[in-house]
Design a protein around this ligand. Structure first.
Ligand SMILES: C[S@@+](CC[C@H](N)C(=O)[O-])C[C@H]1O[C@@H](n2cnc3c(N)ncnc32)[C@H](O)[C@@H]1O
Length: 178
């Protein structure tokens, strides 16, 4: 099985008006996506944000969970936090990994690779996979277009299709890695 990484993209993403913006890091995202990553054997969970104050904020949370005291307090959370890494840009993440196959996700994806096809590709590939998750109103078209694979969207029966990134992360990992 190939190594799998996750990157949560805070820039460049769209806001409600389709302007390109950087979004804030949310504590819930760090905790919940880190736990999903630890549960499904994801190698590392990169949080990508170009704003230094935002990286500092996330760094404080990560550092807090590195201590022996935190481990004793809640070892499952402390262990999950070992997966979390910070990066200013997606390019920085790409440089750290060895020629990853980049997989974009979007609630709006029309078509795209099926979960089944990607799962079987992951079983055979020697190259690592980097799954990109968006924030705000989703990653920009430029980021989506640059990815090697665009994954089909998670479809449900209801018309409503607005999953939080935390829920989407857990569903995607379960479909690909369970
Ligand atoms: C656009 S953000 C929304 C963030 C929102 N502000 C929150 O509270 O999480 C949600 C991200 O989760 C993923 N996502 C959400 N719904 C999805 C779906 N139906 N299919 C695939 N990915 C989905 C995508 O990566 C998307 O960019």
């Amino acid at each position: 099985m190939a190594k799998v990484y996750i990157a949560l993209i805070h820039y460049p993403v769209y806001n409600k008006r389709k302007n390109i913006v950087a979004t804030n890091i949310t504590g819930f995202d760090l905790h919940d996506i880190a736990r999903a990553c630890a549960t499904y054997g994801v190698e590392q969970f990169f949080v990508v944000n170009p704003i230094s104050a935002q990286l500092e904020f996330a760094g404080k949370i990560i550092d807090c969970w590195k201590s022996e005291k935190s481990y004793r307090h809640n070892w499952t959370r402390a262990k999950a936090f070992r997966k979390v890494k910070l990066a200013a840009t997606l390019e920085e993440v790409l440089k750290k990994l060895k020629k990853p196959i980049v997989v974009a996700t979007s609630a709006k994806a029309k078509g795209g690779a099926s979960f089944k096809a990607l799962r079987s590709k992951m079983k055979k590939s020697k190259r690592p996979f980097l799954i990109l998750l968006g924030t705000g109103w989703g990653m920009t078209n430029e980021v989506l277009d640059k990815a090697d694979i665009c994954l089909e969207r998670i479809k449900a029966k209801a018309e409503y299709n607005h999953l939080s990134v935390r829920s989407a992360a857990a569903i995607i990992l379960d479909r690909l890695l369970s």
